[in-house]
Design a protein around this ligand. Sequence first.
Ligand SMILES: *[C@@H]1O[C@H](CO)[C@@H](O)[C@H](O)[C@H]1NC(C)=O
Length: 211
Amino acid sequence: MKMRIQIFFILSLFSSISFASVQDFCVADPKGPQNPSGYSCKNPDQVTENDFAFSGLGKAGNTSNVIKAAVTPAFAPAFAGLNGLDVSLARLDLAGGGVIPLHTHPGASEVLVVIQGTICAGFISSANKVYLKTLSRGDSMVFPQGLLHFQLNSGKGPALAFVAFGSSSPGLQILPFALFANDLPSELVEATTFLSDEEVKKLKGVLGGTN
Ligand SMILES: *[C@@H]1O[C@H](CO)[C@@H](O)[C@H](O)[C@H]1NC(C)=O
């Protein structure tokens, strides 16, 4: 009996060794084709520790823009090693009065942690219920996948937060940019949002839209 257990143990050890050739990761190859689940895999022989590290989040983003805010992403392919691993990060810098306007990530839920300042954050459910919180240093909030949400600097000084996503390519669509920063004809924007011609033209002027 004891012998049989030993043989079984040795056999199962061998089978786990043969499975060691299973692909552990899929480091992004930005030159290869892309599909909805991410980038193609770099040849594992060419993968190094540098593919699993990223140094872009130590520096504040440039907030001299219309939203007075900057999003610095740590996504694939810049952070090649997280391709396909269902995680990613970004840094949010919000100057005084800065805002990350209403937006959605079609591909991932998001969790935020405030490092500096005060951020008023919220999301709107599919039932149009609003969930709002004022967050200070050390506070976190989660934003469920696909729902419209925002982050607004509601404090006096600058604010800094980091966010993590449950996807290496969460995607981003910013609602005011989708409506007023492209060439969707103003009559259609007005008809589909109930806003006045004057308001739509003003917003297109501010955000760079045409038509
Ligand atoms: C920040 O962006 C503004 C507007 O694009 C630009 O004029 C300015 O030089 C940038 N500042 C830095 C430090 O890169």
